[in-house]
Design a protein around this ligand. Sequence first.
Ligand code: XMP
Length: 515
Amino acid sequence: MQGTNRPIVVLDFGAQYSKLIARRIREASVYSLIVPFNLPIEEIKAMNPAGIVFSGGPASVGAPGSPKPDPKVFELGVPILGICYGVQLFADMLGGRVERATEREYGIAHLEHSDATGFFAGVDAHTQVWMSHGDRVEALPAGFETIGHTANSPFAAVADPKRRLYGVQFHPEVVHTPQGKTILSNFVHKICGCPAEWDMGSFVGPAIEEIRRTVGDRKVICALSGGVDSSVAAVLIHRAIGSNLSCVFVNNGLLRKGEAEMVQEVFRDNFHINLDYVDAEERFLTALHRMSDPERKRKVIGGLFIDIFEEEAKRLGHMDFLAQGTLYPDVIESVSATGGPSVTIKSHHNVGGLPDKMNLILLEPLRELFKDEVRALGRELGLPADIVGRHPFPGPGLGVRCIGEITRERLDTLRDADAIFIDEIKKAGLYGEIWQALVCLLPVRSVGVQGDERTYEEVCSLRAVTSEDAMTADWYRFPSDVLQRVSNRICNEVGRINRVLYDVTSKPPGTIEWE
Ligand code: XMP
């Protein structure tokens, strides 16, 4: 999928940050992918990499069973960058020495560098870097020289310019190394010689070709939710195979204000995609009647969705593929430190179970992309900014935000409050810097006073978070005037809410959604 570019292959040794390395390299317009450290060398060679990165990892290189690459990787003759554990691998495998540091170095450090190969081009002579390591290199292998040091790490940056091996003890991929992007960009452009060619424009052509090759003249069905991922997947597949794609959009009655209309307008009217709109509000609300347990709600919503989708698919005739907007972070699983079985990453597959049940082959055209890249692709494909920049929305929709009993009236109340919250965030110009903003309707009532009248109404809680990948999140610090406007408008305009709270819980310990 990388087009004509030779990729940079990141060997994953179980670091928390492997995904970030690939992402930063792609930001430098070079295609990069992550593979487990023990992928057979023939397969790595077949990728024709322009360079290789050894990621960090939690293991000690000297410990029994610690993950090591095939030594033949050094015979490929391509530049290698070792990061943290990666540079210790150089020392361990090429004849240096690694030892446990007397003190673990964790956090900000100051690097002084001197280098003539271009690795540090454009980087300040004194620059901040971020360290997180217990072991450190104590003696360099033959051919290596020091090109940077910090107070605690005499070998913070090392190089064997002849063999084009570069190593850094710090993490250039994290934001706490402010010039880390420049360092990674130097490695891929100046050391590996990659042109800055990879972008979404160059992704589209080969991606369409691949979909055509895979699907041929067979039929694809797609569960369209109106969220960014399924929308971009649908438009891309439609470009490739036109009317052989059928999209099913199920209105489960748990959608946001105006959402069902918007999805129909965009996909059916603008993109002329075969769109099967199913109004299933009544069925969902009946199934959820008097139900307040979060897990039961999720199971009922998920199960009914699958039933309805299956019914529709049957009605549409024989289908061969199920299209899904699966992203790269859902696909790559970090390897464990010992190279044993991978840890499972939490995933929310709303159509999980369908492919087997209906005998469908999965078609996942976004499986190589990160979320921000999917957004760029959506823009490239001409999707409206409203869809491309949209905050994530869970499959069970307002069902997991209407805490307690789900009724049509409570859902309408929640929809109105949510629309006001989002509207004010957009008016304040803050929508883009917030990962996700939502309103929860709580299962309590509170006493209030409005125009001399006593009220006894619903309570809602606003939630807005910043995040990189939804695995961790921090609550968003709003200017107080924005919160004030939201609160005033909700109490005045919605009518059935008389108290508004703001949720100041990060994740962990809270999750983003309340249920
Ligand atoms: P939590 O609440 O676990 O959510 O912190 C993390 C992210 O996942 C979204 N989410 C879902 N997405 N189906 C989805 O497609 C689901 O069942 C689901 N549950 C939570 C949530 O909105 C947040 O972005």
